[in-house]
Design a protein around this ligand. Sequence first.
Ligand SMILES: *[C@@H]1O[C@H](CO)[C@@H](O)[C@H](O)[C@H]1NC(C)=O
Ligand SMILES: *[C@@H]1O[C@H](CO)[C@@H](O)[C@H](O)[C@H]1NC(C)=O
Ligand SMILES: *[C@@H]1O[C@H](CO)[C@@H](O)[C@H](O)[C@H]1NC(C)=O
Length: 296
Amino acid sequence: MKTLFIFLFVIKLISAKPTSIVLWHGMGDTCCVSFSLGGFKLFLEKAIPGVYVDSLQIGNSTIEDLENGYFLNPNTQVEKVCKYLAEHPKLKDGFNAIGFSQGSQFMRAVVQRCGHTLPTIKNLISMGGQHQGVYGLPHCGALMHPTCDYIRQLLNYAAYDTWVQHALVQATYWHDPLDEETYIHKTIFLPDINNEVFVNKTYIQNLNNLEHFVLVKFDNDTIVQPRETEWFGFYEPGQSKKMLPMQETRVYKEDRLGLKKMEKEGKLVLISTEGDHLRFSDKWFIENIIKPYLLN
Ligand SMILES: *[C@@H]1O[C@H](CO)[C@@H](O)[C@H](O)[C@H]1NC(C)=O
Ligand SMILES: *[C@@H]1O[C@H](CO)[C@@H](O)[C@H](O)[C@H]1NC(C)=O
Ligand SMILES: *[C@@H]1O[C@H](CO)[C@@H](O)[C@H](O)[C@H]1NC(C)=O
C-alpha cells in the first residue's frame, strides 16, 4: 500500500509540470540581461524545476526594449503583448504573471483587456506597481539613467499635454491629485484601466477571474511616489499630503474594479517588505511568493 502511494506521488511529480510564468520588466530595465530580469528568470528556473519562464521583450532588440519602456504608448504595448501571449504555444495551459514596477500595471491591463481571450491567468503578482499612478519621480539616481531626470522635469510641467501623453510612457500614469478632472480626462492609459472614465464590466470580470492578485509594496521605496500606490492607495483628492488607503479611494468605494469582492473572497493580497524599490532577497521571494502562488 505504502509503495503504491509513493509510486503515485512520483508519477504526480513527473507529470505535473509547474505553471508557466510570464514576467514584465519595469522602466529603465529590459527583459533579458543577466544582472536584471534575465538573472531573475534563471533564479525562478532553479527554484521551480521544470518551469517555463518568459520574460517579455517589448520590441525587437534589447535597445528597443529599453526605449519602449519610456516611449512606446502602453496601449500599444498591451495590445502587442495580448497578441503574443495568445499565440504562445508554451502558455496554452495557463500561466502566472509577474509585473515589476510599471510592468505591474501593464500586466494588469493585459489581464483586464484581454484575459477572456487568453489561456487562464492564475495569479497576478505586482512587484512595486503604480496602480493609482505616481505624482513625482523623486529618485532617479538609483536608475542611473539620464533619461529619468529629463522625464521628471517634463512630467512636472506638461504631463497632460496631448503630445507628452503620446510620447512618454510615464505620463500615462501621472496622477495629479490637485487636478483629478484633468487626470481622468487627459491621461490615455491609467484612468481607463482603473475604470475611472466609465466602467467596463469586462475589466472587472477578467480581474476577478484571477485566483489571486498579489500587491507587493516596498516600505522603503525611494523611486515611487507615493509608495502607497503599490497597494492601490493614493493622495486624497485636492491636496498632496494626506494619504488614503485603498479602501477610501474612489476606485474602491465606487467599486469600479470589483476590488471589494476580490477582497472579500480573499483574492486580493496585500504584502509589504522592507527595502527600496524592487529590493528583495531570494529567500523572501521563495517564502512569500513562490511557495504560496507559483508552485501549482
Ligand atoms: C518588430 O519588427 C516587426 C517586423 O520587422 C515589426 O512589424 C514590429 O512592429 C516590430 N516590433 C516593435 C515593437 O517595434
Ligand atoms: C471593454 O473592454 C473590452 C475588453 O478589452 C473591449 O473589447 C470593449 O470594447 C470595452 N468596452 C468599451 C465600451 O470600451
Ligand atoms: C525602512 O523604513 C522604516 C521606517 O519606515 C525603518 O524603520 C527601517 O529601518 C527602514 N529599513 C531599511 C532597510 O532601510
